[in-house]
Design a binder for this molecule. Structure first.
Ligand code: CMC
Length: 429
């Protein structure tokens, strides 16, 4: 018999279907709750709300499991490339050789942006954060593809997907070049996705630039680890904006803005700034942990805690290993890595962090790797955006193809303001 959940409210019983996911996670289907009872659910922060069903990513936050399309993140990080993982997330299966080659070719040949867009960059002050440039530039891309913006045309969406993935990478590199006053470097078709990005970031016209294969490998891994994380704040934003049938560029631009905040993707920049601050204060990690526990202070240990993970974030474990490997290969000793490890050890042995299941998240070590790759601090969240792009695209596409989430996203509220009040003329106020 189908499982039902009983709700007793105002003396009456109602029954609602229970739905079960493929990993046996349970949900009560309240989609008819208001129709049947007149009540709505109340769940600020949506911690208990399943806004859709999705076949893209599975997370078990208690066990520290993350899988894309069923494949463990550890295997993808070790064996896949970012381009292959992007294909997997967006199209639902690992590509054949022919499919992968075709996808790579499209990414290669759609990497340039319209030349007139270069002038947009000149309008920003040199102090502009690259995330604001990225989000507005991505929104501006809509202006150049009016014939590809119909979200319910499979043909148009398929033509748009490689353009979004490839051009946003170019914009990200250009926003950096403009911020340091260097000429932009055009994409090179002979280079693969990650090498091409590094070339656009670090080459200058006056001398040849060799892309280091170790750096390419590390970047591939980092982007794979960031590629999707089911219904997080930015992905939910992309879905919500997309549910109004806004085009893919507009939806992704909104996702970039959501990611920028320090509670979300902006945490990678905030972590390194926090570690630098601890370094300046003589490396006292205990003082930082004490400050983070103080309920009266606004200070949080950045890179710690997660809405879903109540154990070690599997991405943080992989990044920590890569960080060690890269720094020892480069024979670099970064004092911030030492501080990060001591900070982690101190926090993990502290009852406050233990009781609340607060562990390092993906952002705790990622900034340190970006630092080792020579990427400046204010570009870290841009790197996260590049990584998260295939996830946003996959969710946006899945939403448009699925029947259960085809309605516009429109939450309700519990109104707590004034009841009906008279309009008082200004002389009488
Ligand atoms: N440092 C100190 N205390 C913390 C921290 C932290 N980093 N994170 C959570 N807590 C405390 C919080 O104050 C609360 O304590 P109490 O129960 O006494 O009120 C308890 O732990 C539960 O936290 P919460 O705020 O209810 O958790 P949440 O699920 O609403 O927030 C979070 C999750 C990631 C926004 C939060 O942990 C945080 O702000 N962390 C720091 C920022 C960060 O690293 N963000 C990156 C998240 S992972 C990648 C991404 O999503 O982009």
């Amino acid at each position: 018999m189908d499982e039902k959940a009983e709700l007793k409210v105002a003396g009456k019983s109602y029954f609602f279907p229970v739905i079960t996911g493929s990993e046996n996670e349970k949900a009560v289907d309240f989609s008819k709750l208001r129709d049947q009872t007149g009540y709505i659910t109340y769940d600020p922060g949506y911690g208990n709300t399943g806004a859709c069903s999705s076949a893209i990513t599975f997370i078990d936050g208690e066990k520290g499991i993350l899988r894309y399309r069923g494949i463990p993140i550890e295997d993808l990080a070790e064996k896949s490339t970012f381009v292959e993982t992007s294909y997997l997330l967006i199209y639902g299966h690992l590509p054949t050789k022919v499919e992968l080659e075709d996808f790579r070719t499209k990414l290669t040949y759609h990497s340039m942006i319209h030349e007139s867009m270069l002038r947009f960059f000149d309008g920003y002050p040199s102090s502009a954060h690259p995330m604001c440039i990225l989000s507005s530039m991505v929104s501006s891309l809509s202006a150049y593809y009016p014939e590809l913006l119909d979200p319910v045309s499979d043909e148009q969406v398929d033509a748009l997907v490689p353009r979004v993935l490839s051009k946003i990478r170019t914009i990200a590199a250009y926003s950096y070049k403009k911020s340091i006053g260097q000429p932009v470097i055009y994409p090179v078709n002979a280079l693969n996705y990650c090498a091409n990005f590094l070339h656009m970031m670090f080459a200058v016209p006056s001398e040849p630039y060799e892309v280091d294969p170790d750096v390419v490998d590390t970047l591939n891994t980092l982007l794979i680890l960031h590629a999707d994380h089911e219904q997080n704040c930015s992905t939910s934003t992309v879905r919500l904006v997309g549910s109004s049938h806004a085009n893919l560029f507009a939806s992704v631009s909104a996702g970039i803005s959501a990611l920028w905040g320090p509670r979300h993707g902006g945490a990678n920049q905030a972590v390194v700034e926090m570690l630098e601050q601890i370094h300046r204060n003589g490396g006292d990690v205990k003082a930082a942990v004490t400050a983070a526990k103080d309920r009266d202070s606004k200070f949080l240990l950045m890179g710690f805690g997660h809405r879903v993970y109540k154990s070690y974030d599997p991405r943080a474990a992989i990044i920590r290993r890569h960080c060690d490997r890269l720094l020892s290969k480069q024979k670099v000793k970064d004092p911030l890595l030492d501080i990060a490890k001591r900070l982690e050890e101190t926090a993990l042995s502290d009852p406050y962090f233990k009781e609340r299941n607060l562990y390092p998240n993906v952002d705790f070590y990622s900034g340190l790797i970006y630092r080792a790759l020579g990427i400046p601090t204010n570009m870290y969240t841009v790197m996260f955006s590049l990584g998260r792009l295939p996830g946003w695209i996959a969710h946006w596409r899945e939403m448009h193809q699925s029947s259960d989430s085809s309605r516009i996203g429109r939450p309700r509220q519990v109104y707590t303001g004034e009841t009906i009040s008279p309009y008082v003329p200004i002389e009488a106020r």
